[in-house]
Write a protein that binds this ligand. Structure first.
Ligand SMILES: Nc1ncnc2c1ncn2[C@@H]1O[C@H](COP(=O)(O)OP(=O)(O)OP(=O)(O)O)[C@@H](O)[C@H]1O
Ligand SMILES: [Mg+2]
Length: 270
């Protein structure tokens, strides 16, 4: 369904993605995990044509989305629903208008039918009856769920989820996990879920891919990933500070310098 080949992208000379190759089958849920800043959101944005790569391709149902623009890009994008990491709601519109936005723009549905679909989508994410609220009146977790309701509105074939459970309480996170699974099982939706929430990853994944240093380090079923012989994969899934993944971690010497500085300052007579 989605074939990512040799995808590379740099920003201001700094490579973020290096020759990423990954295939996502129709109807499966692929979880892409990796450390903060490793390029997960950048990868997702390439799948929907919001970013153009420096090299490589992304075929969606056989069509290379990286080569499209204008109307043909808009048309292919209609297959997708995307939940952005920051929810990306329009602040000037109510919740109901946000969720129904694409329906108003891209379909000939009547206002009544749109209202009904908006209501259904909000119910699916556990937010019945909040159509009239403004995005500014929502908590972080509510914003995320409204973003998800908006992603579902157009009956997408493919859903891209950027950190669907981050910033959401554990009970609601599980509701979201179950929704992701139900969309796959009942509607045969193909999904890519970007997350560093390992408990969510194991609950929703058919397969998992670990992005590290700009490339896919390993792809496999949750069981294969759990049993991975790769030390960086093991370190990540166990959430340990000790291991081959070191860059970007705080410098322990900085803590001891800080502690010395604090005790010296405390020891000074006033
Ligand atoms: N539009 C942009 N212009 C310049 N640099 C960017 C842009 N988008 C992302 N980057 C850089 O690309 C790198 C990867 O960013 P990305 O948002 O994909 O990380 P991430 O894996 O999603 O992290 P997190 O888990 O914290 O969301 C970061 O160093 C970021 O600064
Ligand atoms: Mg991100």
């Amino acid at each position: 369904m989605i074939q990512i080949r040799d995808l590379s992208k740099a920003f201001n000379g700094t490579p973020v993605l290096r020759h990423v190759t990954l295939a996502i089958k129709a109807g499966e849920t692929m979880v892409v995990m990796g450390r903060s800043g490793c390029g997960k959101s950048v990868l997702l944005k390439h799948l929907i044509g919001l970013l153009k790569p420096d090299a490589g391709s992304v075929h969606v149902d056989g069509i290379d989305i990286t080569q499209l623009s204008g109307r043909s890009l808009d048309k292919l994008r209609m297959k997708f629903g995307m939940l952005f990491q920051s929810a990306a709601l329009f602040d000037s519109m109510s919740v109901g208008e946000n969720v129904g936005f694409a329906l108003r723009e891209h379909t000939t549905m009547s206002p009544g039918a749109i209202r009904k679909r908006v209501q259904e989508c909000l119910e699916m994410v556990g937010l019945k009856g909040i159509e009239a609220l403004a995005p500014s009146e929502l908590s972080g977790g509510m914003r995320k769920r409204v973003g998800l309701a908006r992603a579902l509105a157009m009956h997408p074939e493919i859903i891209l989820y950027d950190e669907p459970t981050t910033g959401i309480d554990p009970v609601m996170a599980d509701v979201i996990n179950r929704l992701i699974v139900a969309l796959r099982d009942q509607l045969k939706v193909t999904s890519v879920v970007v997350t560093h929430d390992m408990s969510s990853a194991y609950k929703v994944a058919d397969r998992m891919a670990m992005l590290y240093n700009g490339s896919i380090l390993q792809v496999g079923t949750p069981e294969e990933i759990r049993r991975s012989a790769n030390p960086a994969v093991q370190q990540f899934i166990r959430g340990e500070a000790e291991g081959p993944i070191q860059e970007g971690l705080p410098d322990p010497n900085a803590f001891s310098r800080l502690a010395l500085g604090v005790s010296a300052a405390r020891g000074k007579p006033r």
